[in-house]
Design a protein around this ligand. Structure first.
Ligand code: GLA
Length: 389
């Protein structure tokens, strides 16, 4: 009996002392806006207030974009004498709590960026060795979301460093969505589902379709790197192929629509990264397409898999709740082609389905009839199939 009690005592202690992430903060892929893709470190309290206002007035918040995340560049270059992080007094003269209060007053959630290494990728103080102190500071500012980068980590072990920050956030007793930004270097999909709510799978996305920079990749290369990762994603633990470039200058409207469709299919976090102050109505329409978003936010939480990869013809398939399916055809080539759709080839379908064209926003028929549709270069067809009752 004594042994029995001892066994359960030790078990209880181990479970209660072992670290954990805040569960249930990302049952569907997180949605929001992040400052990096457009503004890099050129951020300020005024900009963030403007963005918060527009997230609400444009209808983006109502469409699901709930996190406003300030990326790198918000800090002063050094910690204070007590080792606390401080906001850059020029960019954020009223401190981060004031910004957070503004964002919360708009009904949005507040996110911030730092790094598991000694300094961030832009050279500001990183979190290494200060995790518990920083987590308390974030809690006092009302932070709801932490993006944690991977620069200047030296010989640090990714799993260990990210787990330390997870434990620090938990100890600070404020639920914070933890977004690992480790670029896929250490295959976080294999170990991070109990560390964070999402993890980057690649280096940085940039606003072009098929270019490559030193560390940046166009959307088509990022897409390629997601193949085979679908089995690691699910509610509360998502693969993150990096943020949206929708509406940024290097993508055409067609490519913006394609990125949005494909990221929705991948159950990717939808973090807009465009200048909302200059957003065209067409881009707003893309970002707030309810049908596309409902595919992304589907409660089953399945990431699409590449069903067919035939030269420039990609077909992605995503299983949805209630027996529905989403299918996305993507033309990666330079020329338009005619896509023949013979529904018999989609062996997972059972019976007859109604087909909704997401971008036309209408029902275009049922799977009893084969189809021929032109897909322009870099464009997509995005269909939702619902079983006919
Ligand atoms: C890394 C990340 C980016 C961004 C920058 C900030 O490159 O991958 O998303 O956060 O750092 O310096």
């Amino acid at each position: 009996m004594k042994k029995f009690i001892l066994f359960f005592g030790v078990l209880f202690l181990t479970v209660s002392l072992s670290g954990q992430k805040y569960q249930g903060l990302a049952l569907t892929p997180p949605m929001g806006w992040n400052s990096w893709n457009t503004f890099e470190v050129n951020i300020s309290e005024d900009l963030i207030r403007d963005i918060a206002d527009i997230l609400v007035s444009s209808g983006m918040k109502d469409a699901g974009y709930s996190y406003l995340v300030i990326d790198d560049g918000w800090e002063a270059m050094a910690r204070d004498e007590q080792g606390n992080l401080v906001a850059d007094p020029k960019k954020f003269p009223n401190g981060m709590k004031a910004v957070s209060d503004y964002v919360h007053a708009k009904g949005l959630k507040f996110g911030i960026h730092n790094c598991a290494g000694r300094t961030t990728c832009s050279g500001y103080p990183g979190g290494m060795g200060h995790e518990f102190q920083d987590a308390l500071m974030y809690a006092s500012w009302g932070v709801d979301y932490l993006k944690y980068d991977w620069c200047d980590h030296g010989t640090g072990d990714a799993r260990q460093l990210y787990s330390t920050m997870r434990d620090a956030l938990y100890a600070a007793k404020r639920p914070v969505l933890f977004s690992l930004c480790e670029w896929g270097n250490n295959k976080p999909w294999e170990w991070a589902s109990d560390v964070g709510h999402m993890w980057r799978t690649t280096g940085d996305v940039t606003d072009c379709y098929n270019c490559q920079g030193e560390y940046d990749l166009g959307m088509i290369f990022i897409l390629k790197l997601q193949e085979g990762l679908e089995r690691y994603a699910g509610p509360d633990h998502w693969n993150d192929p990096d943020m949206l470039e929708v509406g940024n200058p290097g993508l055409t409207l067609t490519e913006s629509r394609a990125q949005f469709s494909l990221w929705c299919m991948l159950a990717a976090p939808l973090m807009a990264g465009n200048d909302l102050r200059k957003m065209s109505p067409e881009i707003l329409k893309i970002l707030t397409n309810r049908q596309a978003i409902s595919i992304n936010q589907d409660s089953l939480g399945k990431q699409a898999y590449l069903y067919m990869n035939h030269l420039s013809k990609l077909i992605y398939v995503k299983e949805l709740s209630g027996g529905d399916w989403a299918i996305c055809w993507h033309n990666t080539g330079d020329q338009a082609y005619i896509q023949r759709i013979n529904w018999v080839h989609f062996g997972f379908l059972q019976g007859e389905y109604e087909i909704r064209d997401v971008w036309k926003d209408k029902i275009i028929g049922t799977t009893t009839k084969n189809m021929e549709i032109e897909i322009p270069s870099h464009d997509v067809l995005l269909y939702r199939l619902s079983r006919k009752k």
